[in-house]
Design a protein around this ligand. Structure first.
Ligand SMILES: Nc1nc2c(c(=O)[nH]1)N[C@H]1C(S)=C(S)[C@@H](COP(=O)(O)OP(=O)(O)OC[C@H]3O[C@@H](n4cnc5c(=O)[nH]c(N)nc54)[C@H](O)[C@@H]3O)O[C@H]1N2
Ligand SMILES: Nc1nc2c(c(=O)[nH]1)N[C@H]1C(S)=C(S)[C@@H](COP(=O)(O)OP(=O)(O)OC[C@H]3O[C@@H](n4cnc5c(=O)[nH]c(N)nc54)[C@H](O)[C@@H]3O)O[C@H]1N2
Ligand SMILES: [Mo]
Length: 734
């Protein structure tokens, strides 16, 4: 509330917060955790960090043309991310003309004309990329991909490339759907819930309420993480009067403090034990009927486990056999198991293998397509899953393009487009000359900040559709535009009257989102209206789409979505039912739509990093006071850090051996393929973390993440396993 009142004032705060996640309100712009299907809390159906996300958008502060006249781009560049975000909502379309030092206001039509003329002068449409961040609504996303494909390219990188791409890719191959298979109801029936590589206390706080309920009912919770994340250790439910008092509930029954990227080894160990248990008590541990009838590849998988040595698994995971056996005590009798994960698994070179290794565990237990069981990749952005469903995808399936072709009577481009990392490389090499971002902060979210900055600077034109100022606006092509748009909390009035948009949460539920605040400025366009006007400027009025009609009434956009995308039949009627509707999910319903019709066991090697003396494996994580690249404040309350973000968490013994004490300042250095990257002046914080592992915050440490090191198959940067060394910072005594 302190945060909300500071940004929005008391009256506005109380008004807007009362409408978050209500069935007739707007979808929280924070994370993608679903809202309860039935009755929702009377007090509040949002969390502390959701309130911060809302305050960030509904703030009363404004970044006006006068602000940009006062501050040159160079002067703005010297300010922190935290400061930039605090300047308030963008109010006017702004242009940075060739050679100019300041952004200046520009009329909408002129801005669209400028983009159109640059796009039309490219040699091929593949010289432009169109990035999407996951807050974009279904309606805007559908129009955007349609516009981009009609323009002639599949260059549609998205934040998913940096996030859960490894989950989608991994799941699709082995169970036939690239999404999670559980619903909230499954949490009411699960016997064991695993939370792996995820910090829900900070990033999905409402998930803790679900876990608490499951726990009270008797479910066991297993937490696998290099850090003892506080929400799982001590949870005080802020929605319960007594939750404020006392020490809080211990949510996790067992905490396995795995090494960074030790999960394949750990899960192989757990499964090796389960196989051994099965030999001792035949028919009691594994679901043999399920394995026989519904899966393939079991023999090769079991053979690999038998051949893998305990030494290897214990060494690579950092978890002893005795501790593994405690986990197996929980897992062996259970049939209804839910596996939750997030970025701790998806941002490694072997990220797809991480996901598939864990699915092996579910398959051993028949724990997919059964109530109380399944896979639960917990999505990040509130509509990142929906954007992908709408076709925001650089590598679309033929089936999707066929339906798009049929609905609009034209043949869309079939060449696969560039994902996020490929887009950076292509800009850097001069193969792409125009960058267009629908939301997000591509510069700061991407790996290798210096390299990505060079890539953006090499462009002729960079364009950002944004609500707030961010660093991406300051590292520009020869010309740049900032196009300000409406946010979730705001009223969206079009020619046919007030509109709502729709989103899909982490569990495949599609529902409306309707803001009611007065827009931050009279000059803002909604994202769908903005895309429609851009499309008309670029494509003219002759094509197969009546852009003006679609933007005038979003029901018409939804009618087109219903034609193209399976599961959206009768969209306009069903989305108006309270709480929305579930999308079909074959694996959830017990069907595996793989090439063989069976779920697949897969074999994966234990990853090795072969660290030399003085080298550490670094993960880059979120603090409690940020939303991705938006920094709300400088504290990380649950980890006891205050007043600064340039910190490095180190095992106390590692710090001692290296000669550092708490508070010392160090530089971090990463070297890949002969290229050295340095991040200066981080404060050492001794912390409970496995030996050889360190942690820093994203985005401060992104300069160290090598752009060319990415996950096999998903091409996601290795944000969670960067090899670094430490050296005393200049002027520091150590
Ligand atoms: N308040 C808030 N909410 C958010 C966001 C935000 O920034 N702020 N971001 C949103 C987005 S886009 C996303 S994707 C999600 C992110 O949600 P999370 O994935 O929870 O975010 P991270 O901070 O990246 O945390 C990764 C967790 O994995 C652990 N970890 C790191 N490496 C490993 C590993 O090798 N193995 C295991 N087992 N664990 C590991 C870290 O210790 C940490 O607990 O949150 C979403 N929600
Ligand atoms: N080192 C490291 N890097 C990471 C990660 C990590 O764990 N470690 N995580 C990765 C992950 S999981 C993700 S998802 C990406 C996130 O990457 P992005 O999605 O690109 O970044 P965000 O910080 O979420 O974007 C914030 C900006 O979005 C704009 N914005 C906010 N709301 C709206 C809206 O309603 N409409 C529009 N048009 N704009 C809006 C604001 O201008 C704001 O400045 O970062 C990735 N980068
Ligand atoms: Mo994300």
């Amino acid at each position: 509330m302190r945060h909300a009142f500071g940004e929005m004032g008391v009256r506005r705060s109380l008004h807007v917060l009362a409408r978050v996640n209500r069935k007739d309100g707007f979808d929280c712009p924070g994370c993608a955790w679903p809202d309860p299907d039935g009755r929702r809390s009377r007090m509040a159906e949002y969390c502390e960090n959701g309130a911060k996300a809302v305050a960030e958008e509904a703030t009363k502060k404004r970044a006006t043309p006068e602000f940009f006249a006062e501050w040159s781009v160079e002067a703005l560049s010297r300010q922190s991310d935290h400061w930039l975000g605090k300047q308030g909502r963008l109010t006017h379309p702004m242009v940075l003309r060739r050679g100019a030092k300041h952004y200046a206001p520009i009329a909408w039509e002129e801005a669209f004309g400028l983009i159109a003329s640059r796009l039309k002068s490219l040699e091929t449409p593949d010289e432009a990329v169109f990035y999407t961040s996951g807050r974009t609504s279904n309606e805007a996303a559908f129009l955007f991909q349609l516009f981009v494909r009609l323009y002639g390219t599949n260059n549609l990188p998205d934040c998913s490339n940096l996030c859960h791409e490894s989950s989608g890719r991994g799941l699709k191959e082995v169970i036939g759907v690239g999404k999670g298979t559980v619903t909230l109801r499954d949490f009411e029936e699960a016997e064991v819930i695993l939370v792996v590589g995820q910090n829900p206390g900070t990033n999905h706080p409402r998930m803790l309420t679900t876990l608490q309920r499951a726990k009270r009912r008797g479910a066991k919770i297993l937490h696998v993480n290099p850090l003892p994340e506080t929400g799982l250790k001590r949870f005080r439910n802020p929605q319960e009067v007594f939750g404020w008092l006392g020490k809080g509930t211990q949510l996790a029954d067992l905490f396995l403090q795995v090494r960074i990227n030790g999960d394949v080894a750990l899960f192989k160990g757990l499964m090796k034990m389960l196989l051994e248990e099965e030999t001792r008590r035949p028919g009691e541990v594994l679901d043999l009927a399920f394995i026989r009838e519904r899966t393939e590849g079991f023999e090769a998988f079991a053979g690999d486990l038998r051949r893998t040595s305990w030494e290897e698994l214990v060494e690579a995971s950092g978890i002893g056999r005795e501790q593994m056996s405690h986990a197996v005590d929980l897992l062996a009798p259970a049939r209804r198991i839910i596996l939750c994960w997030a970025m701790g698994l998806t941002q490694h070179r072997n990220a797809v293998a991480n996901v598939q290794t864990m699915v092996n565990l579910l398959l051993l237990k028949g724990a997919i397509g059964r109530p109380g069981a399944g896979a639960c990749p917990v999505r990040g952005h509130s509509n990142v899953q929906g954007d992908r469903t709408m076709g925001i995808w650089a590598k679309p399936s033929d089936a999707f393009l066929d339906r798009l072709a049929a609905a609009f009577g034209w043949s869309p481009p079939r060449r696969p487009g560039l994902d996020a990392v490929e887009a950076i490389e292509a800009m850097h090499e001069g193969r792409v000359k125009v960058f267009f971002g629908l939301g997000g902060n591509f510069l700061s979210a991407s790996p290798d900040t210096e390299y990505t900055a060079e890539a953006l600077r090499a462009c002729d034109l960079t364009v950002h559709v944004s609500t707030k100022l961010n660093r991406g606006h300051l590292v520009t092509g020869a010309e740049a535009l900032i196009l300000p748009c409406l946010g979730r909390t705001e009223r969206d009035a079009q020619a046919s009257g007030p509109q709502f948009v729709t989103v899909e949460n982490s569990m495949g539920i599609v529902h409306p989102s309707r803001g009611d605040l007065e827009p931050a400025s009279g000059h803002l366009l909604s994202e769908p209206a903005l895309i429609a006007r851009l499309a008309r400027a670029v494509l003219g009025d002759a094509g197969p789409v009546d852009w003006e009609a679609l933007a005038a009434d979003y029901d018409r956009i939804r009618d087109r979505i219903a034609e193209v995308i399976p599961g959206f039949e009768d969209f306009n009627r069903r989305v108006r039912e309270p709480g929305g509707f579930y999308l079909p999910n074959a694996a959830r319903e017990g069907r595996f739509e793989t090439d063989s019709g069976r779920a697949k066991f897969t074999v994966h090697d234990t990853p090795r990093h072969g660290l030399e003396d003085g080298e550490y494996l670094m993960m880059t994580i979120r603090s409690h006071d940020q939303f991705n690249t938006t920094i709300y404040g400088l504290d990380d309350r649950y980890r006891g850090v205050r007043g600064g973000r340039r910190v490095v968490f180190v095992h106390p013994e590692d710090a001692r051996v290296a000669g550092y004490r708490a508070g010392d300042r160090v530089d971090l250095v990463s070297t890949y393929a002969g290229k050295r990257r340095v991040a200066e002046a981080f404060t050492v914080v001794p912390f409970s973390i496995p030996r050889g592992c360190i942690a820093t915050y994203f985005p401060e440490a992104n300069v160290l993440v090598p752009v060319h090191e990415t996950a096999h198959k998903s091409n996601t940067p290795v944000y969670k396993s960067v090899v670094v060394t430490m050296r005393p910072a200049a002027g520091a005594s150590a």
